[in-house]
Design a protein around this ligand. Structure first.
Ligand code: AAT
Length: 284
């Protein structure tokens, strides 16, 4: 490796790796579950990597966090209770809390070390949730947490690492069976849906699982994010509220002004798929 550079090498994306010149190494801690590295990148600002995969950089975290929250929140006519599984860095929570109609946000991450380090080094993610009385964070395996909840949430968001390591338990059918039960009528699930360039099999597998557990509508919304492998990721959405391709609620001026990526136009455009992906996603 070139000295002073971080290279994102992983068996999850064999044969390719993006590199970042490091301005400053900040922290490197092994938690009970994961290996967490924090550094300041010359180009992308404060960066967190877990088990060798970039989770967020200051430059583009808003693309992922806004889309993971707002696509489904604006697709639901009247959301009140939200659950975030994973997302212990609070980036998705920061976005969810922009919606005044939300009464409660529960957040369950497996690893309190992610949250502890985020509070210290990523205040642009944690400051708003920490001050909001609607927000509650707890630490437990997301699959385990789901067992206790029935007919309770309007929206569930799985903001999880890739399906290796501790996230294995939240990428399978038994997790989605619990998700389906935990949603109220008209409820919607949105999960970190991986990239169709990188992991088409994972995307199709998640789509199959969501259909099998009973979601009448399963859709994929693309997010452009330069610091995830191959520059894109997506939301995979299971909906009991019909198609999410068009927003059902209008943004207030305050909400619209606070966005850096999301807009009504981005919402609608994100569901348009390239032909090779559309054929696979819609036919098999
Ligand atoms: N918002 C930042 C991006 C993330 S966060 C992923 C989170 O999922 C981590 O904080 C991790 O601790 C948590 N996590 C992993 N497994 C579980 C589990 N079983 N239960 C609850 N939380 C879990 C995702 C970035 C995606 C990167 C794509 N390459």
């Amino acid at each position: 490796f070139k000295k002073g550079w971080y290279t994102e090498i992983s068996d999850d994306w064999p044969g390719v790796a993006q590199s970042y010149e490091i301005e400053k190494e900040i922290a490197h801690e092994k938690s009970k579950f994961q290996d967490i590295q924090i550094f300041k990148s010359k180009r992308c600002g404060m960066t967190m990597s877990i088990d060798g995969a970039i989770q967020s950089t200051e430059m583009d975290e808003f693309a992922y966090h806004e889309m993971m929250a707002h696509i489904v929140l604006y697709s639901h006519p009247n959301p009140k209770r939200v659950l975030i599984i994973g997302g212990g860095d609070m980036g998705v929570a920061r976005e969810v809390l922009k919606h005044k109609c939300i009464e409660l946000v529960d957040n369950c991450d497996i690893d309190d070390k992610v949250t502890e380090l985020s509070k210290k080094h990523f205040p642009h993610l944690t400051d708003i949730p920490l001050k909001d009385p609607r927000y509650h964070i707890m630490f437990q395996d997301g699959a385990k947490f789901m067992e206790s909840k029935v007919n309770y949430y309007d929206i569930i968001i799985t903001d999880s690492t890739d399906p290796t390591g501790p996230a294995v338990s939240i990428f399978n059918k038994s997790y989605y069976e619990k998700v389906f039960k935990a949603l109220r009528p008209g409820g919607i699930i949105c999960s970190q849906g991986e990239s169709y360039w990188l992991d088409l099999d994972i995307v199709l597998n998640l789509r199959n699982i969501m259909k099998e557990v009973g979601f009448p509508v399963v859709e994929y919304s693309t997010i452009q994010i330069p610091t995830y492998p191959f520059g894109s990721i997506g939301c995979i959405i299971g909906s009991n509220a019909g198609s999410c391709k068009k927003p059902r609620r209008a943004m207030t001026k305050e909400e619209a002004d606070s966005m850096k990526y999301y807009s009504k136009e981005m919402h609608e455009a994100s569901f348009v798929m390239p032909q090779f992906f559309k054929k696979r996603f819609e036919s098999e």
